[in-house]
Design a protein around this ligand. Structure first.
Ligand code: NAP
Length: 217
């Protein structure tokens, strides 16, 4: 039987490419978008792909996702949805910090029931405090807070047999990263998939880069 992944935030950018690559590789792919009626390129991926409506700030959308996925094991869950700038701070915190943790916790049973039991939350190197105590800006603060929240929960997730990491995806050429970014979206997604495929118990609870290096907090 094929493995199953859930990619949260798959309409564009890294999430779209992850969904595409997993589908090409024969996985059963569940992918979320805020516009399931107009999925754009996400709707054109061939393979075993199921789309779900989800604004990651919406509890109702999360409840509906849980109903759709009832009883389904999820081998790999990747939360990629994120916002960068020109956005109110409370929205940045809701999408980048609160949502990945809420979504992952809501789906823990599904991940724990699978063969692979892996979670990857996309953070950023801009959320690495490196001992600094001041603000890192709205975006950096949101990713630093995600990292903190993840580290608090990781031991409990491990008790359920789950291996989870936060991932810096590189500076990637997407709408967010801009066209001068040095890493292509296909390179980043391939690296993240490689990282998830090789995710060991020893790596659990860590901060890793798309190309397989451990990142300082
Ligand atoms: N690109 C980089 O250089 C870079 C570097 C470090 C970290 N990251 C992180 O990598 C992740 C993916 O970034 P990207 O470059 O692929 O960004 P992107 O191309 O701007 O795509 C962002 C994705 O997040 C989704 N999203 C935003 N707000 C959402 C919400 N409220 N509910 C559900 N989905 C929402 C977007 O959906 P819509 O299409 O509906 O807006 C889109 O699918 C983010 O977490 C980002 O912070 C990126």
């Amino acid at each position: 039987m094929s493995s199953t992944c859930l990619i949260v935030g798959a309409s564009r950018g890294i999430g779209l490419e992850l969904a595409t690559q997993y589908a090409v590789d024969g996985w059963a792919v569940h992918a979320t978008t805020r516009t399931v009626d107009q999925p754009g390129p996400l709707g054109e991926i061939s393979g075993d792909v199921t789309l779900h409506q989800m604004d990651v700030r919406s509890n109702a959308d999360l409840e509906a996702l849980l109903v759709s996925l009832d009883g389904m094991p999820i081998d790999v869950l990747i939360h990629g949805a994120g916002v960068y700038r020109n956005t109110p701070r409370e929205v940045i915190m809701a999408v980048n910090t609160e949502a990945p943790i809420r979504v992952a916790e809501a789906l823990l049973e599904h991940v724990a029931a699978s063969d692979q039991r892996k979670i990857g939350l996309i953070t950023s190197q801009l959320g690495a405090r490196r001992g600094r105590t001041g603000s890192l800006g709205d975006y950096g603060d949101s990713k630093a807070a995600l990292n903190d929240a993840f580290r608090l929960r990781a031991p409990g997730w491990a008790e359920r047999g789950i291996r989870a990491i936060v991932i810096h995806p590189g500076w990637v050429s997407t709408d967010m990263g801009g066209s001068s970014a040095p890493v292509s979206v296909s390179e980043s997604a391939a690296g993240i998939r490689r990282l998830m495929a090789g995710l060991t118990t020893q790596m659990h609870g860590g901060f890793w880069t798309w190309d397989g290096r451990e990142h300082e907090w």
